[in-house]
Design a protein around this ligand. Structure first.
Ligand code: PLP
Length: 375
């Protein structure tokens, strides 16, 4: 198997799985229970939170566990709008956010909010000036992702935070694809809310976190129930997932420089190998090291994904969440229909070997040779 779809999700290491297994089978207490097993579980949740907080250089109290990145995004958006309910009903975001943000704000439009969707350039980039140009007196929230999940483009969150410094407008960043892929701390980004998710960094699925800081006050809950997560996010803590999240963060954080170099090497090697393939276009330039977008114009990406799948090579057609629909990201970048429809996403992880990239390049080259025998 050649797994080149790490932006969709990542494998859990043996060490992380062992940490989770211990919680599932031995330290399985409910953190709200008064007895020893419960207290141990509480300690484990607190310790895990401290590890993740350290990786963002924030305080443990600023980090709440959620069920996923999607929940963190929805919560941040709703919480910001609640806090700024007297300021206005205008939201600024980009046309290339993940559906966790886009669908949430689309829904808010039906509730009477107005939304400005900033479009990227042909490379998928968005500038702080573009954000500045659409800000209004009644802008309650700016939500801009840190790294785009289809192109790997990195957005200027620090500059946007500086723009908003003297305003009440709150800033949320969906950092699900940026967390431990590009170096940052909560302070260096300057966003009031930061969403992260475990399964993009070697942790389990079904666990995320939301950081709140800066101008953000205690967030209004999204769910109501028990008193977990400081009364703000009810539901018995997903202790095994939380332990897995922390272990994955620890493992990445301990070797971050090495891992980031490896990802950048993989990306550079893939660009070198793919550039020689007739008609293949590289679509993304720079940004996060783990994502490379390319296109075989005129050839539907769903088909190439299926053909590669037959050879045990796993990549995505744009984002894994689209399942056949033309990607809103490549469409917003202004790519012509054929190029957008042929867009593929190749993404790397610490486990990626050059042989995986060789297998992909060979398969794509063979595919193009059969399609264009004259080239
Ligand atoms: N935001 C971005 C940029 C993503 O890539 C993803 C996952 O694909 C999400 C949010 C959603 O995260 P989760 O799968 O944890 O809900």
């Amino acid at each position: 198997m050649h797994y080149l779809d790490h932006a969709a999700t990542t494998p859990v290491s043996q060490e992380t799985a062992q940490a989770m297994l211990a919680v599932l089978t031995r330290q399985f207490g409910n953190p709200s229970s008064q007895h020893t097993l419960g207290r141990e579980a509480k300690k484990l949740v607190d310790g895990s939170r401290a590890i993740i907080a350290k990786s963002l250089a924030c305080k443990s109290e600023q980090l709440y566990f959620t069920s996923c990145g999607t929940e963190s995004d929805n919560w941040a958006i709703r919480a910001a709008l609640h806090q700024n309910r007297r300021l206005g009903k205008h939201i600024v975001t980009t046309a290339v956010e993940h559906s966790a943000v886009l669908q949430c704000v689309k829904h808010l439009e039906q509730e009477g909010y107005s939304v400005s969707y900033v479009k990227p350039d042909s490379q998928g980039r968005v500038t702080a000036d573009q954000i500045a140009a659409v800000l209004r007196e009644d802008t309650a929230l700016v939500s801009v992702m840190l790294v785009n999940n289809e192109t790997g483009a990195r957005f200027p969150i620090e500059e946007i935070a500086a723009l908003l410094k003297d305003r009440s407008t709150l800033l949320h960043t969906d950092a699900v694809q940026g967390f431990l892929k590009i170096p940052f701390t909560a302070k260096s980004l300057g966003a009031d809310y930061i969403s992260i998710s475990a399964h993009k960094i070697g942790g389990p699925k079904g666990i995320g976190a939301l950081y709140t800081g800066g101008k953000a006050k205690t967030p209004q809950p999204l769910l109501y129930g028990g008193g977990q997560e400081s009364n703000l996010r009810p539901g018995t803590e997903a202790t095994a997932q939380i332990a897995g999240f922390a272990k994955a963060v620890e493992l990445r954080q301990n070797h971050l420089e090495e891992i980031l170099h490896h990802l950048a090497d993989c990306r550079a090697y893939a660009v070198e190998k793919l550039e020689g393939i007739p008609t293949l276009q590289i679509l993304s330039s720079g940004g996060a090291p783990h994502i490379l977008a390319a296109s075989l114009p005129g050839y539907p990406s769903q088909n190439i994904v299926s053909e590669l799948n037959e050879k045990g090579i796993y990549i995505s057609a744009g984002s894994a969440c689209h399942r056949g629909k033309a990607s809103h990201v490549f469409t917003a970048m202004g790519l012509d229909k054929k190029t957008a429809a042929g867009a593929i996403r190749i993404s790397f992880g610490p486990e990626t070997h050059k042989s995986d990239i060789d297998a992909l390049a060979d398969a794509l080259a063979e595919h193009q040779r059969t399609r264009f025998p004259m080239l």
